[in-house]
Design a protein around this ligand. Structure first.
Ligand code: 1HN
Length: 345
């Protein structure tokens, strides 16, 4: 374009901006990219780094003072935004013996993925779920929840929430309960017995798209993977991979976050894979590494790492490994946006 014409267009752009008008031709290429271009950066958080500084916070303030004693895993590509991916939040939470993290409720859905400890609990709507390593505990949107620790050990878990998604939609509400603890009226294991055992109360009507099962114990998850290992073929990209589902409709356990658990055999290299859902991994068992683009991240149990949208990646295991992961896949699938590329181009 000649200089005179470019100058005229610049003057035109400056003139109309006071009326809150912007020429599309200046921004179209940035708005609609040929493929995902994410500010999210591949990143690893070592548990050996997070654990001691979180324990230090344990001596600086109580869970009650903090409301939730959490260190946010903030993606370095989006500083100050409290995001691990563009749509999701992650944090590591600590509750010390005898502490209570007071009851509140909010629009944002959450899950807890237990890293360390035995005998602390999350109560959702008064149902206490005791925590053991590898358990997944849901906190559906809009439900009262509080945490307590009846054990003599500090308890650590990974919090996954859909905070950036709810923020984007401007749909956030939050309330504190009048008491620190919502009355604990329901026994641990009630919801999994009632809804998660292949039976269902006959007239059960789902009141939300979230699974009525609150806790998915690791003992069961691990048993399923062990059984599958005896008979099933390893998928070249995923090994053996399970999705946490809502037994009412077979869809994702939470409508905004998909959660998965996969088993990879000893000395395995997965085929190159990518998908449009940026994925957060928490290492449950084993050591290995993941190549994301050209970067290699070495991991061990309780480390967290993130694979951004549409980034080629491959896992390499030393011994047998178990990886938990979550992403916004159910949202993308509901909107017809989700894509994967299994590398067989
Ligand atoms: C929340 O309610 C919890 O209940 C953890 O443990 C982290 C981050 C932002 C907003 C609410 C919890 C949170 C949160």
């Amino acid at each position: 374009m000649d200089k005179n014409k470019a100058d005229k267009l610049d003057q035109y752009t400056d003139k109309i901006c006071k009326d809150n008008l912007v020429p599309l031709w200046n921004v179209l290429g940035k708005l609609v990219t040929p493929e995902p271009k994410s500010p999210c950066q591949p990143t690893l958080w070592k548990y050996s780094t997070v654990r001691p500084v979180l324990l230090e916070a344990g001596s600086l303030l109580t869970a009650k003072e903090a409301e939730r004693r959490v260190l946010i895993l903030e993606n370095p590509g989006m500083p100050g935004e409290s995001k691990i991916t563009t749509s999701l939040y992650a944090g590591i939470q600590l509750i010390m013996p005898g502490e209570i993290a007071p009851a509140h409720k909010h629009s944002q859905a959450a899950f807890r993925f237990i890293l360390e400890g035995d005998g602390a609990y999350t109560a959702v709507g008064g149902e206490k779920s005791y925590m053991s390593k590898g358990d997944l505990i849901l906190t559906p949107s809009g439900r009262w929840h509080d945490h307590g620790n009846e054990s003599d050990q500090p308890t650590f878990w990974l919090d996954g929430l859909d905070i950036p998604l709810v923020q984007f939609l401007d749909a956030s509400f939050m309330e504190h309960h009048s008491e620190d603890e919502h009355p604990h009226v329901i026994e641990d294991g009630d919801s999994v017995a009632r809804y998660g055992s292949g039976l269902m109360p006959v007239d059960f009507k789902a009141s939300s798209p979230t699974s009525p099962v609150i806790k998915y114990p690791y003992s069961r998850t691990r048993e399923i993977l062990d059984k599958m290992k005896k008979t099933d073929e390893w998928d070249p990209c995923h090994g053996l991979k399970l999705m946490y589902v809502n037994p009412v409709d077979g869809k994702s356990a939470l409508p905004t976050m998909g959660a998965f658990m996969q088993l990879l055999p000893k000395g395995f290299t997965t085929s190159t894979y990518r998908s449009t859902d940026a994925t957060v991994y928490s290492v449950v068992e084993g050591t290995g590494k993941t190549k994301i683009g050209d970067e290699v991240f070495e991991w061990e149990p309780n480390d967290t790492f993130v694979v951004p949208s549409w980034h080629h990646h491959q896992h390499f295991t030393d011994g047998e490994c178990v990886l938990f992961s979550y992403s916004d896949r159910p949202v993308q699938q509901a909107l017809g946006l989700w894509r994967e590329d299994r590398g067989n181009r």
